[in-house]
Design a protein. Structure first.
Length: 311
């Protein structure tokens, strides 16, 4: 078989970079295709404090830089490009990118997720002008401002805690009567004096002129609707898997890719890891662990094709 690479990894988040490091260290020719800077959703983490072995919190950016450096030191190659098409012919995958087409007998999909939008009036109009989906990216603009955070999961609770360091006028609303987030994160929010928590509340509309000026909120218990002054709105209501390259594959109800415990999809040689995989717990450590498993199994798949598998 005449392939450009042994293993192509699409997506340079923690899952993809862990896979790359394991692959390169196992002497595979590894190519990581990532359209932005390596790191994926980890780049949004202000203080990474729950990764085993890192007792002093580091930023997601610093962590991602180190992961990339480590994978490159073992020989993994990173390409900044968008993957546009994935197809398999005989035993070979063809990955068409904005920087050319590459072939390999195994591909790991690590394209992660993108954030969900509320789809309410004003959200698109004020995006980048007071409406944001990333607290650490946009934080300098919102110091001492009145900030609304929407969401009840881990992301919302993490990000609202970060924003409470910038302003003591932070409000978080959640549509239910308690948070979905892990208990430790939820309690940290509830006990934070800079954060006002409002349950059973939904955001109906965002208004303003050149920037966000106010929001329209509804109390879902009383049905009461009120307009309130607000300088910024942060939306953290979950994420959607980025699976457009592999539409015809088994997914769960949320559209997340189903694999077996070897991270194999239904297509032999195609693996999926990290946030785009159907999993009960989306965490950096989970994605990294899945990357290691996928590469180990991808390497066995490559050996099978070459008739070299150790049995
Ligand atoms: P999530 O767990 O799916 O939570 C989304 C939250 O947004 C839920 O509370 C949901 O409400 C609410 N929501 C969804 N659609 C809404 C809408 N249209 N209007 C109002 N509210 C809406 O998503 P996530 O918080 O982004 O977390 C994603 C994954 O990443 C999770 O597996 C999480 O554990 C992981 N994560 C972990 C950490 C950490 O460990 N530090 C940090 C960030 C993310 P309902 O509760 O009513 O469904």
């Amino acid at each position: 078989m005449n392939a450009d690479k042994d293993l192509i990894i699409i997506g340079g988040g923690p899952g993809g970079m862990a896979a790359a490091q394991y692959g390169a260290r196992a002497n595979l020719k590894v190519l990581v295709i990532e359209e932005m800077a390596p790191g994926g959703q980890a780049l949004n983490i202000s203080d990474l404090e729950n990764y085993p072995g890192i007792s002093d919190p580091v930023s997601g950016f610093e962590f991602a830089q180190n992961m990339a450096k480590q994978a490159e030191a073992f020989g993994a190659e990173f390409l900044t490009a968008s993957a546009e098409e994935l197809k398999k012919e005989n035993e070979l995958f063809y990955v068409k990118t904005t920087a050319g087409t590459f072939t390999a007998p195994a591909v790991i999909m690590a394209t992660g997720t993108r954030q969900k939008h509320l789809n309410i009036p004003g959200e698109t109009e004020f995006s980048g002008r007071g409406v944001s989906y990333c607290a650490t990216c946009d934080d300098p603009f919102f110091r001492d401002k009145k900030i609304l955070v929407v969401g009840g999961g881990d992301s919302a609770c993490d990000e609202v805690s970060f924003l409470s360091n910038l302003s003591d006028k932070v409000v978080i609303i959640h549509r239910k009567e308690r948070f979905r987030a892990q208990k430790a994160l939820a309690e940290r929010v509830i006990n934070n004096k800079n954060i006002e928590v409002r349950f059973n509340t939904v955001l109906k509309e965002i208004t303003g002129d050149s920037r966000v000026k106010s929001v329209v909120l509804e109390d879902t218990v009383t049905g009461k609707i009120k307009k309130e002054k607000m300088d910024a709105v942060f939306v953290f209501i979950g994420s959607l898997p980025q699976t457009s390259l592999i539409p015809e594959i088994r997914k769960d109800n949320g559209g997340f890719v189903v694999t077996n415990q070897r991270m194999e999809t239904e297509i032999p040689g195609l693996f999926a890891v990290g946030d785009l995989r159907a999993t009960p717990f989306r965490q950096l450590i989970v994605a990294a662990g899945e990357g290691a498993v996928a590469t180990h199994c991808a390497s066995q798949h490559i050996d099978d094709i070459k008739g070299m598998r150790y049995i």
